[in-house]
Design a protein around this ligand. Structure first.
Ligand SMILES: Cc1cc2nc3c(=O)[nH]c(=O)nc-3n(C[C@H](O)[C@H](O)[C@H](O)COP(=O)(O)O)c2cc1C
Length: 449
C-alpha cells in the first residue's frame, strides 16, 4: 500500500561515478564524459525509475587533480538544459556559486531552465569552498566563510525578488487592445545590500514553478542557519544514523524558527551504494574499486581537509589523531566535511591507506555495500527514524551503478509503498511535495507598488 509520506530520490551525477577510481574501472565510460548524449541517457535512466531529480555539483576552478582522475568541466545549467529536452518529468538541479556569480545573470539562467523544462529547475546554492576560484576572478583572496554567507543571503534575496518581479498575472496578452503586459504588475526590486545592488525589473515573467527550488549543501553553523531560512531541500553528508538524526532535527527546528513549515524543507543525505546479489559480493566490488585508487590522489584530497602536508606519513601506519583534533573549531573552508572525517578517524582509528579507501568512495559521504534488500533497508530505516526525507543517491560508477540501483533497489522501495511508481505531478516542486510560492510583490497593497 502506498503511504502518505514518500521518499525523495535524487541521482547525484558525477562523470564516471563517485568513486575516485571509477574512471579506471572497465564499467565506467570516461571517454564519454564530454558527450551530451551520455548525460541525456543517464537522465532517461533516472526518469524511467521515477526519481525526483538529477543533480550536478560545480565550481569555477579546476579543483580535481586531473592527473589521476577524470573530471568534467561541463557547466551544469547548460547540461541540464540538454537533459531537459531529453526528459519530461525529471527534476534538474545545478550547483551555482553565490560568491562567483552576479544575481541578475544567475536569476536569468535558472529562470530560463525552469521555463524550458516546464518547471523542473532547482538551484543548489553554494558559497564555494575552494580558494582556487578567487584567482580566476581577479581576486587576491577568497572571501572568508562569514563574508561568503553574508553575501549569499543578499544574493538569494535579490534573485528571489527578480524571479518575483513579474506577478503571476502580469501577462495580459490582449491582441485586440494591443496590451501584452500589465506593467503595474512588473516591479523594480531596488535591492541594496552591503555587497550587492540590483535595480530590476527582471526581463522575464515568473516561471512555471513560480521560483526554481532552492537547494543548499553547507552544514556549518552559518550553513545551517542559511538552510533554515532559505532551503527547500538540503544535501548533506553523514556516516551514522545518529548524526543524521541530529542534523535533521536541527534543520527542522531552524526552519520553524524562521516561521516555516518543517515539511517544506527536504533533507537528503548522500548514500553511495555498492550493490550485488550477496553482501560478500558487494564488499568485494567495493574492494575492487578501492584497489584501483592512486594514493597520491587521495593524499592530496586529504591534505586539503587536514590543511597540512601528509607526505611524510607511512600509508600503513595509523592516521595521527591530532591531525583532525581541532575539527570542531576550524573557521574556514569545508569545515563540516572535516568534522565527518574527524569522526571516522576518532571512531575507527584507520591507517592512512584505510582512511584513503574509506574516503575514496564518496568524499566523506556514506558508502554502503550490500544486497538490494539491505540497501532498501537502510534507506527505509533512515527515512522512518527521523534522519532523512530522501536520499542523494551517489552511484560509485556511472552509468551502470545508477542502472543497478534503479532496477534492483527502487522496485523494493515501491513494493514497500514508500516510493512512487508513477509521477503524480510534472514539476520538481510536485515531486518534492513543495508548494508553489506566490510572488512577494503580489502580497503588497497596490499603493505601495
Ligand atoms: C552533496 C553535496 C554537494 C556539494 N556540492 C558542492 C558543489 O558543487 N560546489 C561547492 O562549491 N560546494 C559543494 N558542496 C559543499 C558545500 O556547499 C559547502 O561549501 C561545504 O559543505 C562547506 O560549507 P559549510 O562550512 O557551510 O559546511 C557540496 C556539499 C554536499 C553535501
Amino acid at each position: 500500500m502506498t503511504e502518505l509520506r514518500q521518499l525523495s530520490l535524487n541521482a547525484f551525477i558525477y562523470p564516471s561515478g563517485h568513486h575516485e577510481a571509477a574512471w579506471r574501472h572497465p564499467w565506467s565510460r570516461p571517454d564519454r564524459i564530454y558527450d551530451v548524449r551520455y548525460y541525456q541517457e543517464i537522465g532517461r535512466t533516472a526518469e524511467a525509475a521515477k526519481l525526483d531529480a538529477v543533480f550536478f555539483a560545480d565550481g569555477p576552478a579546476l579543483r580535481t587533480e586531473v592527473k589521476h582522475n577524470a573530471a568534467s568541466g561541463l557547466e551544469p545549467i547548460t547540461l541540464l538544459t540538454a537533459i531537459a529536452t531529453a526528459t519530461t518529468h525529471l527534476g534538474l538541479i545545478a550547483t551555482a556559486s553565490t560568491t562567483y556569480y552576479e544575481p541578475y545573470n544567475l536569476a536569468r539562467l535558472f529562470s530560463t531552465l525552469d521555463h524550458i523544462s516546464g518547471g523542473r529547475a532547482g538551484w543548489n546554492i553554494v558559497t564555494t569552498g575552494t580558494d582556487l576560484a578567487a584567482a580566476n576572478f581577479g581576486l587576491d583572496s577568497h572571501p572568508d566563510h562569514a563574508e561568503r554567507y553574508a553575501r549569499a543571503r543578499e544574493f538569494v534575496d535579490a534573485v528571489v525578488a527578480l524571479w518575483d518581479s513579474w506577478e503571476d498575472d502580469a501577462i495580459v496578452l490582449d491582441r485586440e487592445s494591443g496590451v501584452y503586459a500589465d506593467t503595474d504588475k512588473i516591479h523594480r526590486i531596488d535591492f541594496a545590500g552591503a555587497y550587492l545592488k540590483v535595480r530590476g525589473p527582471f526581463n522575464a515573467p515568473r516561471t512555471p514553478q513560480g521560483r526554481p527550488v532552492l537547494v543548499q549543501a553547507g552544514a556549518s553553523n552559518e550553513g545551517r542557519a542559511f538552510a533554515g531560512k532559505y532551503a527547500e531541500a538540503i544535501f548533506t553528508a553523514h556516516q551514522r544514523l545518529e548524526d543524521a538524526q541530529a542534523f535533521y532535527a536541527d534543520i527542522k527546528a531552524k526552519a520553524r524558527e524562521f516561521g516555516r513549515t518543517p515539511d517544506q524543507v527536504k533533507i537528503l543525505p548522500g548514500i553511495s551504494p555498492f550493490i550485488a546479489d550477496t553482501e560478500a559480493g558487494a564488499k568485494r566490488l567495493e574492494r575492487e574499486f578501492n584497489e584501483l585508487t592512486v594514493p597520491e590522489y587521495g593524499l592530496k584530497q586529504l591534505e586539503g581537509l587536514a590543511n597540512t602536508s601528509l607526505r611524510h606519513l607511512d600509508l600503513d601506519e595509523p592516521i595521527p589523531l591530532e591531525l583532525f583534533s581541532d575539527a570542531g573549531d576550524v573557521t574556514d573552508n569545508d569545515r563540516s566535511r572535516r568534522q565527518v572525517v574527524a569522526g571516522i578517524v576518532q571512531r575507527e582509528r584507520p591507517t592512512v591507506r584505510g582512511l584513503l579507501h574509506r574516503l575514496a568512495g564518496a568524499r566523506g559521504h556514506r558508502v554502503f555495500a550490500g544486497t538490494p534488500e539491505q540497501v532498501a533497508d537502510t534507506i527505509e530505516e533512515w527515512f522512518r527514524d527521523g534522519a532523512a526525507d530522501g536520499f542523494n543517491v551517489m552511484p560509485p560508477y556511472y552509468p551502470g551503478g545508477l542502472e543497478v540501483f534503479a532496477e534492483s533497489v527502487v522496485p523494493i522501495l515501491q513494493r514497500r509503498g514508500i516510493f512512487r511508481t508513477e509521477y503524480t505531478g510534472t514539476t520538481l516542486r510536485d515531486h518534492f511535495g513543495l508548494t508553489r510560492p506566490e510572488s512577494g510583490f503580489a502580497q503588497q497593497p497596490a499603493l505601495a507598488r
